[in-house]
Design a binder for this molecule. Structure first.
Ligand SMILES: Cc1ncc(COP(=O)(O)O)c(C=O)c1O
Length: 399
């Protein structure tokens, strides 16, 4: 079958909940994928940062193979020899006390919401059923019915109600807006992306994360950092919060934690927070399966070396510098951190989707987020030569 036949088949037999670029890939290695006709493409999207270590990183593939030959699934009805070491290694990496593995990012967010509410009732003394969680406008935290209840993107939200109550939105990056909302004594948590990914790689003002964490601490409110897209070396640090030396009360990880091989997410927290969950109150059949844990442990071991954080910081500075210096007049703003950039065009040049299609024809995969921004997230193992080639193509299609 050729690409066109695969796309036609998917169009006929699959749900139309995505609008993918017209490429059908069958093989991936490092920063490159190959389509069914044998054409090669440079991957500048990295599955929305799930492929931070590139396609089929040898250490991660080996860890998966090793575990496949050993044990793949237990459920949490019994113990495995992977769970304890995973929790210890992950908490050690990020400087927190306890970890709870789940599968998808949205599940980690849901887990954090349940945990924060239980913490509010059992530790803070909020009256039953009254807990409020603050979120940021233009947030993206996943696709479940509760999560889309506090999205302000009509495409994500409309026609999926009734919506879950208990969420109040503040302006992202505006500390006064947060401080005002924190005066409600029923607020239990502030859930925020340290850099808003789907909104277009929106970086808050310097000092915002520090001030937000301090304001939450003063109000006895949990600071929950959703680092599902920003975390694990993407921004040049292990966590985006590290740029301001902020340790969140609750940290959410996903995507790259599975090394681009398996879905695994995690909630990592202080003892007094995750410690509120009691047996039977929360779980998942596949959450914490040994196969996913074995791959994630290798991801953690790779991150412990600091190599990818450094590559991301150095190559990212180079990428952002080039984009800013060489951007054609269509470009309104280049935002970013590490190897993660949002290139926003002026309104009259939107939508940017046709420019992504032109990049694809030239052999580079990039994707728009909303109509005006191209998101660049190359794998962190990319060579400088490949990176420069990709940046050349992006600058050309923006011209
Ligand atoms: C910040 C953030 N949180 C949560 C999610 C949801 O993750 P998943 O698609 O694995 O459910 C995403 C996905 O893009 C994300 O970017």
């Amino acid at each position: 079958m050729d690409s066109a036949s695969f796309i036609t088949l998917e169009d006929r037999a699959g749900a139309h909940n995505y609008h993918p670029l017209p490429v059908v890939v069958t093989h991936g290695e490092g920063a490159w994928v190959t389509d069914v006709e044998g054409r090669r493409y440079l991957d500048f999207l990295s599955a929305y940062s799930a492929l931070n270590f590139g396609h089929r990183h040898p250490r991660l593939v080996e860890a998966a193979h090793r575990q496949l030959d050993q044990l793949t699934l237990t459920s949490r009805a019994i113990h495995s020899d992977q769970l304890g070491p995973f929790c210890a290694e992950l908490t050690d990496l990020v400087g927190l006390d306890r970890a709870l593995p789940m599968n998808t990012g949205a599940e980690a967010v849901e887990t954090a919401i349940k945990t924060a509410r239980a913490w509010g009732y059992r530790r803070k003394g909020v009256p039953a059923g009254e807990a409020v969680i603050l979120v940021a406008h233009q947030n993206f935290h996943g696709r479940t019915t509760t999560i889309i209840s506090f999205s302000d993107d009509p495409v994500a939200r409309d026609d999926f109600g009734p919506y879950t109550p208990g969420f109040v939105a503040v302006d992202f990056g505006d500390i006064d807006s947060l401080r005002q909302a924190l005066t409600d004594p029923n607020v239990v948590a502030f859930l925020v992306e340290p850099i808003q990914g789907e909104a277009g790689i929106v970086v808050p003002p310097s000092g915002y994360l520090t001030a937000a964490a301090a304001a939450c601490r003063d109000a006895n409110v949990l600071f929950i950092a959703d680092e599902i897209q920003s975390g694990l070396a993407r921004t040049g640090h292990t966590l985006a919060c590290d740029a301001e030396q902020v340790t969140p009360d609750v940290l959410l990880l996903g995507k790259a934690l599975g090394g681009g091989i398996v879905p695994i997410s995690a909630v990592v927290s202080r003892d007094d927070v995750l410690g509120v969950l009691r047996p039977g109150e929360h779980g998942s059949t596949f959450g914490g399966n040994p196969l996913a844990l074995a791959v994630a442990r290798e991801v953690i071991a790779i991150l412990q070396t600091g190599e990818y954080q450094q590559r991301s910081a150095e190559l990212g500075a180079h990428m952002l510098r080039r984009l800013r210096e060489e951007a054609p007049p269509s470009v309104k703003e280049v935002r970013g951190a590490g190897l993660w950039a949002g290139v926003e065009v002026h309104e009259q040049f939107a939508p940017v989707r046709p420019r992504c299609e032109r990049a694809l024809e030239t052999g580079v995969i990039v994707k728009d987020t909303h109509a005006t921004t191209i998101r660049l997230a190359p794998p962190l193992m990319i060579s400088q030569e490949d990176l420069d080639h990709g940046v050349d193509v992006i600058i050309k299609v923006l011209g």
